[in-house]
Each structure stands twice: as structure tokens, then as C-alpha cells.
Design a binder for this molecule. Structure first.
Ligand SMILES: [Fe+2]
Ligand SMILES: [Fe+2]
Length: 243
């Protein structure tokens, strides 16, 4: 069986490795203390706040391209809803699902190298999740087009989520990470995905888009299974009982 544990080796990141060098390091910190002398964390907090007050927002949502889209957005506005919010969140999920396909592609490469482990996924199971992520992406392209939007737009929320999940992709494509470590990255993606689909289905239903809400709920149900699977595989990898 392929080991799913990290090996014991010469890890020298802790200060206990060298008490003498630790002493010198602390002496160095005391000698070259950061400026301003006597300052504390409130100084950097103040600078962060100054930047935040002057900063531009994280992008914008473009106006709908079709007359029908403009009418729909206006209707949401009249009903007291946030007309740009739905478009923003659609763009976010679309980008995330597209990245999801690539995440699973990278995960499958890791599987091929490791050959998997007892209680872990088969290649076919990973391929099925990847296919479902792709289908979700295609459905969202259609949904964006229906609202008169452009599916290639990076909306502010898409930008936000891409930045947040950039670490997940970095882990997946790092040649040093193991298949099991990449499953942990998949867990993070699936947790976020589950919550986001739930929110998107509710927003669609609030906007009176019942047909769309149903399709989103169906996608969310698939995401629930993705999450349950990844959790079970990780439990098997770590020798825990399957949740
Ligand atoms: Fe997904
Ligand atoms: Fe998923």
C-alpha cells in the first residue's frame, strides 16, 4: 500500500534545532528593531486603513448586453433586490467551476503517479467529479447568457474567489505534494463550492427564476456528494473512521 504519511527527516524550521543560532537571531532582532522605534502593530493597522479608504473597488459588473437582460436587471431593481449581485455571483461560480475542472485534472495526474490508496477514490470516480464540474460550468455559461451577460467577464466576486482559491491550485500543481495532500486541497474547494451553490440557488429563487433555482439545487446536490466523497477518502487516508 502507498504510504499516505509524511516521512521523518531533517526538518530544521524550528528554533530548537540550534539554540546557539536562536540566541544570535534574537540578539539581531533586538539590535535592528523595525522602525519606527517603539511602534507597535497599530502603526501598520493605520497604514492599512489609509490604503483601504483610498482604494478602488475590486472591479465592477458590466451592464447587460441584451434588451431582455436590461429589463430583467431593472425588474430586480424595482423589486428592491440588488440587480448586479446575481450577475456578480453567477460570474463567480462560473469561474470557480472552470477552475474546478482544472483542479481535478491536476488531482488525476497525482493519482496516476501514486496509484491511489486503500479506501481512496478510483480514477473513474475522480473523472466523474471532474465531468460534473464541467457540466456545472456549461450550465452557468447558459445562465449568464440568459441574463444577457457575457460569460467571459471576470466579475468582482470571480476575482475575489480566484484569489482566495489560488492556494488550492498551487498545492495541486506543486510537484512535491502527494495525492493525499492534494485531496486536502480538494476538500477546501468542495467546502467553498457547497456553500456557494446553496447561496446561488437561493438568490435565483429570490429573483423569481424558479427553473434556474431548480437546476442550481441539482448542481448543489452533486456538490454535496463530492464533499462527502472527499471527506471519506481523507478519512481512509488518515486511518480514521469514514464520516
Ligand atoms: Fe463545483
Ligand atoms: Fe465539486
Amino acid at each position: 500500500m502507498v504510504t499516505t504519511q509524511s516521512e521523518m527527516g531533517r526538518n530544521r524550521t524550528g528554533i530548537a534545532t540550534s539554540p546557539k543560532l536562536t540566541e544570535e537571531m534574537i540578539a539581531g532582532v533586538n539590535e535592528f528593531s523595525p522602525s519606527p522605534v517603539g511602534g507597535d502593530e497599530s502603526v501598520i493597522a493605520k497604514i492599512r486603513e489609509d490604503y483601504a479608504r483610498d482604494a478602488e473597488p475590486l472591479g465592477s459588473v458590466p451592464p447587460p448586453m441584451s434588451v431582455k437582460g436590461v429589463a430583467k436587471a431593472a425588474l430586480r431593481g424595482v423589486k428592491g433586490e440588488r440587480p448586479t449581485q446575481f450577475v456578480d455571483k453567477l460570474g463567480e461560480r462560473l469561474a470557480f467551476e472552470r477552475t474546478g475542472v482544472r483542479l481535478y485534472e491536476a488531482l488525476i495526474s497525482k493519482f496516476d503517479v501514486s496509484g491511489g490508496f486503500d479506501g481512496g477514490p478510483t480514477r473513474a470516480e475522480l473523472e466523474q467529479i471532474q465531468r460534473e464540474e464541467y457540466e456545472h460550468f456549461r450550465m452557468l455559461v447558459e445562465a449568464v447568457e440568459q441574463t444577457g451577460g457575457d460569460p467571459t467577464v471576470v466579475t468582482p466576486s470571480a476575482d475575489l474567489h480566484a484569489t482566495m482559491s489560488s492556494g488550492i491550485l498551487a498545492v495541486m500543481v506543486d510537484p512535491r505534494t502527494s495525492f493525499t495532500q492534494c485531496l486536502e486541497a480538494a476538500l477546501l474547494a468542495e467546502l467553498a463550492d457547497n456553500a456557494a451553490w446553496e447561496a446561488l440557488a437561493e438568490l435565483a429563487s429570490q429573483g423569481g427564476d424558479d427553473a434556474l433555482a431548480q437546476r442550481f439545487l441539482a448542481a448543489q446536490q452533486e456538490e454535496v456528494l463530492h464533499l462527502a466523497n472527499v471527506k471519506a477518502w481523507l478519512a481512509a487516508a488518515q486511518g480514521r473512521s469514514v464520516p
